[in-house]
Write a protein that binds this ligand. Structure first.
Ligand SMILES: Cc1cc2nc3c(=O)[nH]c(=O)nc-3n(C[C@H](O)[C@H](O)[C@H](O)COP(=O)(O)OP(=O)(O)OC[C@H]3O[C@@H](n4cnc5c(N)ncnc54)[C@H](O)[C@@H]3O)c2cc1C
Length: 262
């Protein structure tokens, strides 16, 4: 797209969920959007690192997707979770609804959501996606940006506005930290994090599918979200697996492990 004299360029750093969604919003407003992502394109990459646990999508997230015409597509492949299923330490289970009978949150495939958002961003003629561009330096006042490209070569460019969407260890934030009087604190919780998978039983979900399962254990917790094992596009409803997320899990505290095969 040809840039008009007064059209501003926005550089978005990071093509995760926030960066790719932001690209769509800025594009709708008519800005020239350059999105830089350190990883290769997850839509074509052979293997993708990072969190794989499904994401719980609520009303607020759906509104954002609606604004970029993606709500129906993402919701169609989501699994409604109408309640939390609490697994007590004595083996009893009880459910706690998220809302009224017709209300639910959705378990959606995180990688697929990111891929759809990148594709939606790319559809705007004023958006350009640059993969394998890792930000190494920037100056938020001058708009100067430096990236490490595919072959390790440095690439310099400028933007009217830099938007940092580069996640928890943000390189953009690191540049702010060099500024005088910039306050920042980072506190680690004492817990670890582990992802497990519960395979299907006889081709069916091993746990009740329409719940977000929670094993609250005071100092740590384990959660599990239903997940459609993707076998092509759209995902096939069978076989099924469930992602599970836990911290410092102690097997003796999970009396229902016969069901879950932990
Ligand atoms: C275990 C877990 C479970 C969660 N569950 C939920 C949930 O159920 N529902 C929910 O709404 N949220 C959930 N969240 C939060 C949600 O995942 C995050 O809020 C969301 O991923 C943040 O998106 P992001 O785009 O800011 O960051 P990220 O997803 O981390 O993306 C950052 C991107 O920036 C890129 N990048 C990093 N550094 C650079 C650089 N120097 N140059 C260029 N690119 C760079 C990375 O490669 C990455 O693609 C969960 C988070 C975790 C950790």
């Amino acid at each position: 797209m040809e840039k008009s004299a007064n059209q501003k360029t926005i550089s978005i750093i990071g093509g995760g969920l926030v960066g790719s969604l932001n690209a769509c919003f800025f594009a709708k407003k008519g800005f020239i959007v350059e999105l830089y992502e350190a990883r290769e394109d997850i839509r074509t990459a052979k293997s993708v690192s990072g969190r794989s646990i499904n994401l719980a999508l609520s009303y607020r997230g759906r509104q954002a997707l609606k604004a970029v015409n993606l709500e129906d597509k993402i919701v169609a492949n989501g699994i409604p979770m109408r309640a939390r299923m609490i697994h007590s330490v004595n083996g009893e289970k009880y459910s706690m609804p998220y809302g009224k009978n017709d209300q639910y949150i959705l378990s959606v495939d995180r990688a697929n959501l990111n891929k759809e958002l990148l594709t939606a961003a790319e559809k705007y003629s004023n958006v350009k996606l640059h993969f394998q561009h890792k930000l190494t330096d920037c100056n938020v006042e001058s708009g100067m940006l430096v990236f490490k490209g595919k072959q390790g070569t440095a690439k310099h460019t400028y933007a009217d506005l830099i938007v940092g969407c580069d996640g928890a260890f943000s390189s953009v934030r690191k540049q702010f930290m060099k500024k005088k009087r910039f306050n920042y604190s980072h506190v680690y919780i004492p817990h670890g994090y582990k992802e497990l998978t519960i395979p299907p039983k006889n081709g069916e979900f091993a746990l009740e599918p329409n719940y977000l399962h929670i094993w609250p254990r005071n100092t740590f917790m384990m959660i599990a979200l239903p997940n459609l094992l993707s076998q092509g596009n759209p995902p096939s409803p069978s076989p099924v697996v469930e992602d599970i997320e836990c911290t410092d899990a102690q097997p003796l505290m999970f009396p229902d492990d016969e069901d879950t095969r932990l």
